[in-house]
Design a protein around this ligand. Sequence first.
Ligand SMILES: N[C@@H](CCC(=O)N[C@@H](CS)C(=O)NCC(=O)O)C(=O)O
Length: 223
Amino acid sequence: MSNLPILYSFRRCPYAMRARIAIKLCKIKVELREVLLKKIPVEMSKISPKSTVPVLIFPNGKVLEESIDIMNWAFNKRNIDYINNSKNKNQETIKRFITKFDTKFKYHLDRYKYYTRYIAENDIKTPEYHREECLKILFEIETLLENNSLWLFDNKPSYLDIAILPFVRQYRIADMNWFDNEMPLSNIREWLNRFLVWDTFEKIMIKNPLWKNSQTKIYFGQD
Ligand SMILES: N[C@@H](CCC(=O)N[C@@H](CS)C(=O)NCC(=O)O)C(=O)O
């Protein structure tokens, strides 16, 4: 067992992005194990039978298997004033939107982006219907962005920006042409573009080889 926490991650997973951003911003060194969702290694499923990413395991055996718990752990371990201040000030809004994104937004996003996977469901509608349901939630964010700031609460990315932007990125990817040219919410488009060129985001998206038990360790988080 390594003397560092081990983060099981999948590069394109929005939940894993949350965790990697928090760890990166806090400059916490972890061992990174890139996995495939279709082929979760037994070392991970043994410690986290629900086998979703991200998972963080500590040298003492403690396991965090929810992205929000990993974010909270990182931001508690290393205080970043602008993150923790805006987190404390906006608790209600943050909770409301994270719940909305993790439930309703994700539900409709999956049915918009991966429509054919859900075609057998009784209540499946058209992809455009599901796109529109996501857009209604984004409309609420659009209003928050009418604040003359670059990000949701300030001119620096906040806890809530980090928690929800990975899902907006996926929403764009479902139909980039539509998002870039026809999606009616211009603040949302600019906000996502800002995220995509944010240096921290670029750093957490660097490709790593898939983890194999025998390979040299990959470290992540320290600068
Ligand atoms: N509530 C979990 C959700 C994590 C999650 O669903 N991750 C996806 C990848 S984006 C996953 O592992 N899916 C595989 C599965 O559900 O079997 C969290 O916040 O960490």
